[in-house]
Every structure is written in structure tokens, then in C-alpha cells.
Ligand binder design. Structure first.
Ligand code: ZN
Ligand code: ZN
Length: 220
């Protein structure tokens, strides 16, 4: 995506009740980071940033489910940073029934103003460009983030699996279509950082993901 001499450094933190992967994309020379999916444990995220001597520039959300947004209010209250989401998930992020928080623990909704991703699909972060790819299916406004041979896939694509589609607003056929049309055309070597569980690569999922390649041995 871009040939910066200063690649973004990716840090993964497991947060919240159902072990969501929150990612910090650190711009090393600027000592600041994009925070993707702060799903809980605001103190843990802040303590990590303090230890690494980085600030948080912005929050980027892959979708509006509770386990990806649970620490947004706490971080915004403390840091006053902007929050970005796809407009089709705004209703979810601001409705405890739709973001599932009411059924997991206590009703929760994002209180702060929400910015939408640009329709151009690009996020500028100093000398870096990050591509926002709309991949509806798990939720209507699910997105993935692509830069420098790395992809954050939210709850759209997991190692050997795909996102659940039994929630309000989910669409199983649309999810498969999004993955095949938007992600399976990417290079095999792209590293995939999902919203839960282990990292993978596009090549591994193309060959081994049982949801994408029926008929192929799925014993891995
Ligand atoms: Zn989700
Ligand atoms: Zn999730």
C-alpha cells in the first residue's frame, strides 16, 4: 500500500469479556497510534500506551458490536480523541440491543460523536495510507483495514473461520460474498489480524478456510 521507510508497528492486546483483539498501529517516529477496536479494559490499553510512550491519535472501529466498542466512552472521556465507524453500524453502536451489550453484561452505547469513514476509503495517518474495505455480512457496516501487506479483519474473517451471522443485522450470504469479492483477491502473503483468535494469512484462508472452499480437506 505504501512504501514508507517507517512502517507502522502493530501491537495486539486482548481485551474484554470475550477476548477481543484490540490493535494499536504505532507510528514509531511520531509516538502516536491508531487504536482499533478498544472492546474493553480501557486501563489496560492506557497502561500499555504509557509503557510504550505512545499516545492515541484516533479510535477506528471495525464494527459496532459491544465487544469491539466497550472501552470507547472511557477513552474518549479521558483523551478527547475522535472515533470512526462505518455509517451503517452507527445505529448498532448507539443501541444496547443491537450491539448485544444488554445480553452480555449491562446496556452500553457509545455516547460521543461518531465520525464516518471517508467514502474514498482511505485514512491518512501522517505518511501512511490505510485502506478501509467495506465487508458487510457479520454486521451491515463491518469494515477491514489494509496497509503494507497487513489486514485487520474484525469479525469478518478469522483463522479457519468466519464471523457469526446469527445476530440482528447479520447476513450469511452477504458475508461470504464480501470475503470472496473484497478479501480473496488480495495477495497470499498478506498477514491477517482478526478480531478474535490467532493471526493468519490470506493464502492460508484461501486454501484452508472451510467456509470459503467447500470440498477442500479442512483438517487444519
Ligand atoms: Zn462482532
Ligand atoms: Zn467480536
Amino acid at each position: 500500500m505504501n512504501m514508507s521507510e517507517n512502517p507502522l508497528k502493530i501491537h495486539g492486546l486482548t481485551v474484554g469479556l470475550i477476548e477481543t483483539n484490540c490493535y494499536l498501529l504505532e507510528h514509531v517516529s511520531r509516538q502516536t497510534a491508531l487504536c482499533v477496536d478498544p472492546g474493553g479494559d480501557a486501563e489496560k490499553i492506557l497502561a500499555f500506551c504509557k509503557k510504550q510512550h505512545i499516545s492515541i491519535d484516533r479510535i477506528l472501529l471495525t464494527h459496532g458490536h459491544y465487544d469491539h466498542i466497550g472501552a470507547v466512552n472511557a477513552l474518549v472521556d479521558l483523551l478527547g480523541i475522535p472515533v470512526y465507524i462505518h455509517f451503517e453500524d452507527v445505529e448498532m453502536a448507539t443501541n444496547p440491543d443491537l450491539n448485544l451489550s444488554r445480553f452480555i453484561m449491562a446496556p452500553y452505547q457509545i455516547d460521543s460523536y461518531l465520525h464516518y469513514y471517508e467514502s474514498s476509503g482511505m485514512i491518512r495517518f501522517f505518511d501512511h495510507s490505510i485502506q478501509v474495505i467495506h465487508t458487510p455480512g457479520h454486521t451491515p457496516g463491518s469494515i477491514c483495514l489494509l496497509w503494507n501487506q497487513k489486514l485487520i479483519s474484525g469479525d469478518t474473517l478469522f483463522r479457519n473461520s468466519i464471523g457469526r451471522t446469527d445476530f440482528p443485522g447479520s447476513d450469511p450470504e452477504l458475508l461470504i460474498r464480501s470475503i470472496k469479492s473484497e478479501l480473496m483477491g488480495l495477495d497470499d502473503g498478506i498477514e491477517v489480524y482478526p478480531g478474535h483468535g490467532m493471526n493468519t494469512t490470506i493464502g492460508h484462508e484461501r486454501r484452508r478456510n472451510p467456509f470459503l472452499a467447500p470440498g477442500i480437506d479442512n483438517g487444519v
